[in-house]
Design a protein around this ligand. Structure first.
Ligand code: NDP
Length: 293
């Protein structure tokens, strides 16, 4: 079997076009544009690229964006003061702090300081709680991107055995949560799975991943999942992004797994572009909520 390649880039482009149309309507209604501020601390090269890509995506969708750059020597208190200012600024609708933050900044304290109504990464306890209860304000960008990808590729999650490999707060845990809800971004067929979560302490990982109708992988280990760990005909979504020399590879060994899976995402060009599209979605939603209330 040769797997169908799920083209995340094309799907993300469609979503971004839809958002640009909604941003135009927003501007007509409120005579202003949604605005996102990214806070970037230090000079980590990958973070610089990520933030720049987010800025370009905002511009293309008609969303205003600013990058608030702080030196790597910034203290937790100084960063909290910046967030307090952004929280209080009515012209700023979305705030994101680019991770990772340099040591010794207290990341949890910083993320918790963002006003939940402006928390477009959806990392705050309030937004995580709302998601868990099935009444989300925003969904975290990467897991939401995965659900959109499945929905728009007409791959139903409902009734399937879904195995999530990875349990981070940013990717793994929210994916488990979204797949087990009664309804998802694409309705009931985009939820209602029977979900198993694996992590670094899971014995015999392959025995569990081979049960998956849909395998979602986010571990940060290049090419870790091979063909022997995948059920023939499974759908495999590779969320990993790993740099090997000057090449990006996923957590899934694409060459071997694409011979057994029925569908697979490439890296790059799979989930990554959807993450940015969902950030635009959340910024627009944040602005709508703030200006309508
Ligand atoms: P974390 O390092 O925070 O979490 C990794 C998770 O994988 C942990 O739960 C860990 O288990 C688990 N794990 C590690 N090794 C194994 C193993 N051998 N077998 C089973 N489980 C294992 O990473 P993130 O969730 O933040 O990111 C994961 C990957 O996704 C990375 O490659 C990252 O770059 C990528 N990513 C991609 C995004 C995108 O837009 N496409 C966005 C965000 C991340 P334990 O909890 O026991 O330590």
């Amino acid at each position: 079997m040769t797997a169908r390649i799920l083209d995340g880039k094309a799907i993300a482009n469609n979503i971004r076009e839809e958002i640009a149309v909604r941003v135009s309507a927003f501007r007509e209604r409120f005579s202003t544009s949604p605005k996102l501020v990214a806070v970037l601390v230090g000079d980590d090269p990958a973070s610089q690229v990520y933030v720049r890509n987010k800025e370009i995506a905002c511009q293309k969708a008609g969303i205003q964006s600013d990058i608030h750059r702080l030196s790597g020597a910034t203290t937790t208190e100084e960063l909290l003061a910046v967030l307090d200012e952004l929280n209080a600024d009515p012209k700023v609708h979305g705030i994101l702090v680019q991770l990772p933050l340099p040591d010794p900044i207290d990341t949890r304290l910083v993320l918790d300081r963002i006003d939940p109504r402006k928390d477009v990464d959806a990392f705050s306890p309030e937004n995580v709680g709302l998601m868990l209860q099935g009444r989300p304000r925003f969904l975290p960008c990467t897991p939401h991107g995965v659900m959109q990808l499945l929905n728009r590729c007409k791959i139903a999650v409902q009734g399937k055995q879904v195995v999530v490999v990875g349990r981070s707060d940013i990717v793994g845990k929210p994916l488990v949560c979204l797949c087990m809800q009664k309804s998802g971004p694409g309705g009931p067929s985009n939820a209602n799975a029977t979900v198993t979560c694996c992590h670094s302490q899971t014995p015999d990982l392959g025995e569990i991943t081979r049960r998956a109708d849909i395998l979602l992988v986010a571990i940060g280990k290049p090419n870790w999942i091979n063909a022997s760990m995948v059920k023939p005909g499974a759908v495999v979504i590779d969320i990993g992004i790993n740099r090997i020399a000057d090449r990006l590879v996923g957590d899934v060994d694409f060459d071997s797994v694409s011979q057994v899976a029925s569908a697979i995402t490439p890296v790059p060009g799979g989930v990554g572009p959807l993450t940015i599209a969902m950030l635009l979605e959340n910024t627009l939603r944040a602005a709508e909520e703030q200006l309508s209330s």
